[in-house]
Design a protein around this ligand. Structure first.
Ligand SMILES: C[S@@+](CC[C@H](N)C(=O)[O-])C[C@H]1O[C@@H](n2cnc3c(N)ncnc32)[C@H](O)[C@@H]1O
Length: 403
């Protein structure tokens, strides 16, 4: 077969890097160089379509468990680029990757260079064996690939200047804190209130303070740190998603009835933009009635919920009434859309107005990326002066505030 742009890994790799840059997902020259040299296709031996391998948004070899959970072998390259940039890895650093595949560990090995060290840990023996074999074949045999439950870190190679978690964590176990150097950074997709935010944490004394965060989706953590969000079904196709520790007390019969009644739509007169930032604001300022609403396509097709609910949407629930954010086209708003609220139930107007107030408050006071202050307090840290939203986790307290 002759080598063309479609089947030449080097050409496809170069195109992947250009594409990531063009999408605004890659800025760092060192990360770009790593992505340009590591042969991603050697970490996906079962995958014959090289265009898929080098597509920026394709996850390779997703594994589906019988209970509906998902895991994967190699994450999409845009996620890896984003996370590596957030981590700011420098030559000579010691790095722990939690969740292996091999490819990302090879990228990290390029970034730390010959004087650094990379440890990659996975709970799945098959993943570990494969990662080790692929790393050896691609020329990265210096990476320590460890079979273990990362809930306990990997003390044998600690301390780490960077810990990169590549699986959705519900909490920050003490081992990660203990195995991080004083100036180290922990980049973790943290799950709370039914959402995930990829967060960069550094130490401030005995607590962890976020320097940045962004939207992300990762498969959930297994093992000792596994936690499952509660799905409270309103119908077969519509449910509320709340944290495992959430003391759910919803009037489901009334909410079901409200769902089938015509809604009230209210409009904010403000632009619709950055829904991920607005969702974080709603969930961390809206009180205990603010949870996530999720729906299957069938419920959208039946006209029961707005199509955006398919991907999850904060909903304010009060008694038998509820309200969530919608949008409509508008030539008068920057970005071409106006934000609004759809409310159901006997108190639709009241709960809808409350939601509108939140949307307007965010639009007025926090309308920029990264407006939230996110802090994690390990169990032994002092939380006495803590105000604002907090979530009690098994090993500590997550706090989010807006100033
Ligand atoms: C998204 S994949 C990792 C992808 C890889 N880091 C990459 O960038 O290509 C998530 C991995 O996390 C692993 N995992 C899940 N829970 C774990 C745990 N408690 N300890 C270690 N690994 C875990 C899964 O077995 C799976 O291989």
């Amino acid at each position: 077969m002759s080598v063309t742009r479609e089947n030449d890994p080097a050409a496809l790799r170069a195109a992947m890097v250009v594409s990531l840059r063009n999408q605004g997902l890659l800025h760092d020259e060192d990360v770009a160089r790593a992505l340009s040299v590591v042969p991603r296709h050697l970490f996906a031996p079962g995958e014959t379509d090289l265009k898929r391998v080098y597509d920026t948004h394709t996850t390779l070899e997703a594994v589906h468990f019988a209970d509906g959970r998902q895991s994967s072998v190699v994450s999409a390259s845009h996620i890896q680029a984003i996370q590596l940039e957030m981590a700011g890895i420098e030559p000579g650093m010691r790095v722990l990757e939690i969740g292996s595949g091999g490819y990302n560990a090879a990228l990290i090995a390029e970034l730390v260079g010959p004087t650094g060290s990379v440890t990659s840990v996975d709970i799945d023996e098959g993943v570990v064996d494969r990662a080790r074999a692929c790393l050896n074949e691609a020329g990265y045999s210096q990476v320590n690939v460890v079979l273990a439950d990362a809930e306990h870190g990997v003390p044998a190679h600690a301390p780490y200047d960077r810990i990169l978690v590549t699986v959705g964590a519900f909490d920050i176990p003490p081992a990660w804190f203990e195995q991080l150097t004083d100036n180290g950074l922990l980049v973790v997709p943290l799950r709370f209130s039914g959402i995930t935010r990829l967060i960069t944490f550094g130490r401030t004394g005995d607590i962890l303070t976020a320097s940045n965060y962004r939207l992300a989706a990762f498969v959930p953590m297994q093992g000792d740190g596994a936690a499952t969000e509660q799905l409270i079904q309103l119908t077969d196709d519509i449910g509320l998603v709340v944290d495992p520790q959430h003391k759910a007390d919803f009037n489901l019969a009334a909410l079901r009835e409200a769902l089938h009644r015509p809604p009230v739509d209210l409009w904010a007169g403000t632009p619709f933009d950055m829904p991920d930032e607005l969702a974080l604001f709603q969930l961390t300022t809206g009180g205990p009635g603010m949870v996530m609403l999720r729906a299957a396509q069938k419920a959208v097709d039946e006209g029961l919920v707005d199509p955006a609910v398919r991907h999850g949407m904060p909903v304010l629930v009060q008694g038998g009434s509820f309200a969530y954010r919608i949008k409509r086209k508008s030539d008068n708003q920057p970005g071409g859309y106006e934000a609004g609220v759809r409310a159901h139930g006997s108190d639709a107007e009241k709960v809808g107005q409350q939601m509108l107030q939140l949307i307007r408050a965010w639009g007025t006071d926090h309308f920029y990326r990264g407006a939230a202050s996110i802090t994690y307090y390990p169990a032994e840290a002092d939380t006495a002066g803590l105000t604002g939203w907090r979530s009690e986790k098994p090993h500590g307290t997550l706090a989010v505030s807006w100033s």
